[in-house]
Design a binder for this molecule. Structure first.
Ligand SMILES: [Cu+2]
Length: 128
């Protein structure tokens, strides 16, 4: 009887820990399992966050920031959301820098964790 109670108590503890773990902050929000498309402008995350700089007039500055290692992102056309772009476990600046200030179409996968929107890049091409 004692062993049965102990086993039940252990199971209850494991279950409550599992519930707590599944409810932790920073969980991944709904993300498609298949490849997604993201259309928007290539921006310098720092310049856009600090002074909303974007567009063709800012392309040279954004490209210069990218060379210095400032992450580039995408300002999504249809939502105005900003995505930080990565490429696997490396940065995506080499891929995005040639398109600074331009509209592009990306393929890859997006994630949302801890309030951050992240796009894991597969391909990039200029869009009209
Ligand atoms: Cu910048």
């Amino acid at each position: 009887m004692k062993k049965v109670l102990m086993a039940a108590a252990t199971a209850a503890l494991v279950a409550s820990v599992a519930v707590l773990a599944s409810d932790t902050k920073g969980k991944t929000e709904a993300a498609p399992k298949t490849e997604a498309k993201l259309v928007g402008e290539v921006i310098c995350i720092s310049c856009y966050a600090d002074h909303e700089s974007r567009g063709p007039e800012h392309a040279a500055c954004a490209a210069s920031c990218a060379k210095r290692g400032v992450p580039m992102g995408i300002l999504e056309d249809k939502t105005g959301n900003v995505y930080l772009v990565v490429k696997g476990h490396t940065g995506a600046n080499a891929d995005l820098q040639p398109f600074a200030g331009k509209k592009v179409a990306l393929t890859g996968r997006w994630f949302e964790r801890g309030g951050a929107k992240i796009f894991n890049l597969n391909t990039v091409a200029e869009a009209k």
